[in-house]
Design a protein around this ligand. Structure first.
Ligand code: AMP
Length: 286
């Protein structure tokens, strides 16, 4: 197969902004004309199709697109068996069961014999079947969190990230059904026949994702402190050590987790480090 690859991405909703940012951070140059259906990538043989989130899986399944960005929850709900290329590290949320604060429902097992409203009926039915619980699953397409107040159901299964929507609606989470995040999926035929091209795009995206939670760290220190500093800095492989003009002094360069920087800095200083620089990393290709 030849021709430009096609990547389907959502044109509305929570996944749009982080997806477009990931594509741009990966170095893809394209113009969005008010999210017209197709954007042509100028520096790669790739077209981006902006379509409804719910259509992404179908487009990729049918081969209209070779790749797509969607949510793990949507994949689970449609039951589509598309090759998953990579989790993308954003759009993180969970499908959780929740009940009104004033209800006696405390744990998942308390839902036996009750009605549960959800926009993810297939996933929810599968979950309760696995738990061997008889639950009446009520499919609704939106505003799931108001279902108990409307008397439609005793509880809900809904997408939650911070939990503030639940709180605002007087609901309390009682257990998780599924963890979700954005995921890159492929058409099965394209996955077999255009593996190299898909791999190249995966590398572009994964190098950005890998860099996002890491920082580049540079510091100076007396050479005698090297063993202790090395112990504090387990880098990708091993830290770079460079002799400085001042006799007995070295510079160390290393890559560290972004969330450990603040706890690491005082320990590096205590071990003799000075002139510490922390820099962002654009891409990491291991
Ligand atoms: P929506 O923006 O409601 O069209 O949701 C599209 C997809 O974004 C969902 O199927 C989830 O994969 C993801 N998503 C939904 N709600 C959240 C949330 N609260 N936080 C993060 N991602 C979410």
């Amino acid at each position: 197969m030849t021709g430009r690859l096609r990547l389907a991405v959502p044109n509305k909703g929570r996944l749009v902004e982080p997806t477009v940012k990931l594509l741009r951070d990966a170095g893809l140059v394209f113009e969005e004309h008010d999210r017209a259906l197709v954007a042509r990538v100028q520096n790669l043989d790739l077209d981006i199709l902006f379509i409804r989130t719910n259509d992404v899986i179908e487009f990729v399944g049918d081969g209209v697109a070779d790749l797509g960005v969607t949510g793990v929850d949507l994949l689970a709900e449609t039951g589509a068996e598309l090759p998953r290329i990579r989790e993308l590290g954003y759009g993180r949320c969970r499908l959780a069961a929740a009940a009104p604060n004033d209800s006696p429902i405390r744990v998942i097992a308390d839902l036996a014999g009750l009605r549960v409203a959800t926009a993810h009926p297939n996933t929810t039915r599968r979950f309760f079947a696995e738990q061997r619980l008889e639950v009446d699953v009520i499919p609704i397409s939106g505003a799931v969190e108001v279902a108990p107040r409307l008397g439609l159901a005793e509880a809900v299964v809904d997408l939650v990230s911070t939990g503030s929507t639940l709180v605002m609606n007087g609901l309390r989470p009682i257990g998780d059904v599924l963890a979700s995040e954005a995921v890159l999926v492929a058409n099965p035929t394209a996955h077999r026949q255009r593996a190299d091209e898909l791999d190249a795009i995966d590398t572009m995206l994964s190098s950005v994702i890998a860099a996002r939670d890491r920082k580049y760290l540079m510091l100076n220190a007396p050479a005698t402190t090297l063993p202790e500093l090395e112990r504090l800095l387990p880098a990708l492989e091993s830290p770079t050590v460079i002799p400085l003009a001042h006799a007995g002094m070295i510079a160390i360069h290393s890559v560290v987790g972004a969330d450990e920087v603040w706890s690491l800095l005082p320990r590096l200083k205590a071990a003799g480090a000075s002139g510490i620089l922390v820099l962002p990393i654009e891409k990491i290709v291991p």
